[in-house]
Write a new protein. Structure first.
Length: 151
């Protein structure tokens, strides 16, 4: 069976750090795959907030997740902090992809190294929650998504 392969963009205009909570762990003692999706959701909400939006107030539209894909690379444990880099690409009339690079730092000082724990992609469609239908990406939001940004 073919595995999911996510090709990440080169530039990530937004980076955030999210600590792993004890409630993120599964019976195996590491962060569960379902909680990786929750970490991605948190990073997306922080990114949208930084742009002045939310998933329900996206320049006159709402956002709904059309699909999600995650490539798991390494484990996360309680006490780790996840560094999530976020970028958008692949714009259509009604949707766009958000890419996520999840990393953690192992070691400290001169022995510290960054380890990739996952890559992910979600496709977000613009949605009119009142009329229950997909709508076009608002021009204002599209311009903000495509602006090069530095945090």
């Amino acid at each position: 069976m073919a595995r999911i392969r996510i090709d990440l963009p080169v530039h990530f205009p937004f980076i955030t750090s999210i600590p792993v909570r004890i409630t993120d762990l599964n019976y195996g003692g590491h962060v569960g795959n379902d909680n990786v999706l929750s970490l991605i959701h948190e990073a997306r909400v922080q990114y949208l907030t930084q742009l002045g939006y939310s998933e329900f107030a996206f320049a006159g539209a709402g956002l709904i997740m059309a699909d999600a894909g995650i490539e798991f690379k390494n484990e996360l444990f309680y006490g780790d902090t996840v560094i999530v880099s976020v970028a958008c690409a692949n714009y259509s009339r009604v949707s766009f992809d958000i890419f996520y690079k999840l990393e953690k730092v192992s070691g400290n000082g001169t022995t510290a190294k960054t380890i990739r724990v996952a890559t992910a992609k979600t496709t977000m469609a613009c949605y009119d929650y009142s009329n229950k239908k997909i709508i076009s990406i608002p021009e204002e939001a599209l311009k903000k998504l495509q602006e090069p940004r530095k945090q």
